[in-house]
Design a protein around this ligand. Structure first.
Ligand code: SAM
Length: 315
């Protein structure tokens, strides 16, 4: 479900009930069930047969929502947090730099809440495979259930295992390794063992402190990794606005630029003055859509340390 798409909602399918970007709920559509929240009650029977993206209205007439197809990006926004999780800016960056694409074999630890696991699975499906390792037993069981419910079991294998104590139990199979755990430097040797010997292997570690990065870099260097680079992903929001452009003819004529207001402002002006016909200021619009970066970049999550292992560095 999370790595393939279908048009129509069926009995037993996953869906995301979207009210606002801050208010979304994952559900499994089941005949006879009712989804209740403060916006009203929604019969699952009314959802079956609808196209994903359809508007659904509460049967007690109070509210409405949209029924969305589940995706890893939506899941990251609604996953029940058992741990800190990776968010989309880091997920996108790591996926790109680890060269993840269909057919790749990836090793991840720890699984945590499975936020990144869902994106990895979608990116490498259907022919690739993710082996993900988590030493907290309940977290491993919960993630396993979600992978099955989300029909990702053919792409993801989760193992309850302490990778710092026992490695990954894998040799010469992975194209990429991703480590989000407290002491990644202690897993570098196991990562090297797991990476394919006949191709370039890629590793990324995710650590909040620069001291952790330093220890990881030393371990990577000692184990023959090269091209070691560190990045920090800071998301910066942009405000998108429609702004009126000055009238070119008047600007060339040396007169004060005539800011006519946005389309909405001109309509409002006509309404306020009771004019129904367009006036001079209603000539075809030359409004421009501009994007202005907001001052603040959203805060530090972690440092991303990348390295590669050349095919011949293990012979
Ligand atoms: N990247 C995950 C996500 O996006 O949901 C979050 C990972 S969470 C921050 C770190 C996880 O690593 C925790 O669940 C923890 O139990 C697990 N962990 C820590 N040490 C471990 C070890 N030695 N072996 C396996 N898992 C470990």
């Amino acid at each position: 479900m999370f790595h393939e798409y279908k048009d129509v909602v069926g009995n037993g399918d996953q869906a995301v009930v979207f009210f606002t970007p801050e208010c979304m709920y994952p559900i499994t559509v089941a005949a006879g069930e009712i989804f209740n929240n403060r916006f009203g009650s929604f019969r699952h029977d009314n959802m079956i047969g609808l196209k994903y993206g359809s508007k659904i209205v509460a049967h007690d007439g109070r509210g409405f929502a949209y029924l969305l197809h589940p995706t890893p990006a939506l899941w990251t926004q609604i996953v029940p947090h058992r741990t800190q999780i990776l968010y989309l800016p880091d997920i996108s960056f790591i996926s790109l730099y680890l060269d993840l694409r269909p057919g790749k074999v990836v090793i991840e630890s720890g699984t945590g809440s499975g936020s990144f696991s869902h994106s990895i699975a979608r990116t490498i499906a259907p022919s690739g495979h993710l082996y993900t390792f988590e030493y907290h037993e309940l977290r491993a069981q919960t993630a396993q259930k979600e992978f099955v419910d989300h029909k990702l079991a053919s792409v993801v294998t989760i193992e309850h295992r302490d990778v710092l104590a026992g490695g990954f139990g894998k040799s010469d199979i992975a194209d990429a390794v991703f480590l989000d755990l407290p002491a990644p430097w202690d897993a570098v040797s196991a990562a090297k063992e797991a990476l394919r010997k006949d191709a370039i292997g890629r590793i990324c570690t995710f650590s909040p402190c620069i001291e952790q990065v330093q220890r990881t870099v030393v371990a990577l260097d000692e184990h023959g990794f090269s091209d070691i680079r560190m990045f920090e992903c800071l998301a910066k929001d942009h405000e998108i606005r429609e702004v009126p452009l000055p009238d070119i003819a008047e600007a060339i004529g040396g007169r004060k630029a005539n800011f006519r207001g946005t389309k909405h402002e001109r309509k409002r002006r006509r309404h306020d003055t009771g004019t129904s016909t367009p006036d001079e200021s209603d000539r075809p619009s030359v409004d421009a859509v501009v994007s202005k970066p907001l001052d603040e970049a959203r805060g530090h999550t972690s440092y991303l340390t990348f390295a590669i292992l050349a095919a011949d560095s293990r012979t």
